[in-house]
Design a protein around this ligand. Structure first.
Ligand code: NAD
Ligand code: SER
Length: 330
């Protein structure tokens, strides 16, 4: 299905769009690797420039250009945008929820200044589009727990959530004030097997697969009944590309769209894994990440994304678990 969507996008782009040159910042990360590879299929390998502070992820090697880049160095970023004739930026560099609580100043600085650098350069260079992800972490303990709506009480308790909520308003501001076509999704916890997650509260839902395969047991850092919104990576890539390819007239939310895939607890994902690996056992020892998880909603209402640009997920808990286990074996 993702392949078909990529082909349709490619056809549309070849017919109607001027040549696009895309810079992915944070391309070696959990989302960056898969998004870069998907964008290269649509726009051509040489038109998608991967960049990161750390070295290139081995999965990207040989698939297209890579530049070493610190998003905090605005001058160097600006030089690359001009040198590479960039028309769109996907900004994925950030410090996530769990790591952010260990170094709040650094998280705030990177998550805010990195975004402002990109938005400023987008304005100065008249870039066609900018993509920047927000997160379910914008929500806090006073937000509704079930089917949390797009607009509601939003009082985040983590530095990550605060930076994402502030970032959403900067995106909206640059759109309203300077006409930048910046688009955003509030991703749930993302589950993938290609590139490891980078320090989030939802990382248990990736670790559990590797431990189940290798050790047949897993000690979870969240309590068994902690429900959180989650999404399988192919759905996250599909949502990102569909949002970015939608006509601007369809985009009514310029802060960031709620999107939803599935919700489950550690107990439920463990039971699903056990259907494939009967010897698998899970135990629980919660840590500081429990209070972060407790502050987030259990499920998300994404009606606006569904109505505006036709969002629909493909994977549920059982299809995701089967696909993860099949691919981790490979
Ligand atoms: P990640 O930590 O796996 O990847 C981030 C990448 O950014 C890393 O490769 C890192 O080296 C790079 N980076 C860090 N500082 C940089 C800098 N100064 N300059 C250039 N690159 C730098 O994160 P991810 O999970 O891929 O997340 C990508 C985006 O999606 C982030 O904005 C994150 O908040 C958001 N998001 C992720 C999830 C999830 O579950 N993974 C959920 C919600 C939102
Ligand atoms: N998966 C992310 C985290 O746990 C949510 O933004 O931080």
């Amino acid at each position: 299905m993702l392949e078909r969507i990529l082909q349709i996008c490619l056809l549309k782009i070849e017919i109607i769009m001027p040549k696009q040159r895309i810079l992915v910042i944070g391309a070696s990360g959990q989302i960056g690797v898969e998004l870069t590879l998907a964008l290269r299929k649509i726009y051509g390998n040489n038109n998608v420039i991967a960049s990161d502070l750390r070295e290139q992820n081995p999965l990207l090697e040989g698939s297209g250009p890579y530049v070493s880049l610190d998003v905090m160095n605005k001058e160097m970023l600006h030089v690359q945008v001009i040198r590479q004739n960039i028309t769109q930026i996907y900004l994925l560099a950030a410090i996530l929820s769990a790591t952010g609580e260990k170094n709040p100043n650094l998280a705030w600085h990177l998550n805010m200044q990195g975004l402002l650098n990109v938005l400023d350069i987008a304005r100065e260079e008249n870039l066609h589009k900018v993509y920047w992800p927000s997160s379910i972490a914008v929500f806090g303990p006073t937000s509704p727990k079930v089917n949390c709506p797009q607009q509601t009480i939003i009082e985040p308790i983590t530095v990550y959530g605060i930076s994402k909520y502030a970032g959403e308003f900067w995106c909206n501001y640059y759109h309203q004030r300077f006409g930048i076509d910046v688009r955003s999704l509030r991703y749930p916890g993302l589950i993938s097997y290609k590139s490891a997650p980078g320090g989030g509260t939802t990382d248990y839902a990736v670790e559990i697969f590797h431990e189940a395969k290798e050790e047949k047991k897993y000690e979870c850092f969240l309590k068994e009944d902690t429900y959180l919104p989650m999404m399988y990576m192919p759905d996250a890539i599909k949502a990102t590309i569909e949002l970015m390819e939608a006509p601007a007239s369809k985009i009514t939310t310029r802060t960031s769209y709620n999107i939803s895939g599935m919700s489950f607890s550690p107990k439920e994902i463990a039971a699903e894994i056990k259907k494939h690996i009967p010897e698998f056992e899970i135990s629980y020892k919660d840590d500081y990440r429990q209070s972060i998880a407790n502050s987030w909603p259990q499920s998300i209402d994404d009606t606006i994304a569904r109505n505006d640009w036709g969002w629909k997920e493909e994977y549920n808990l059982s299809t995701m678990v089967k696909d993860m286990l099949d691919n981790i074996s490979k």
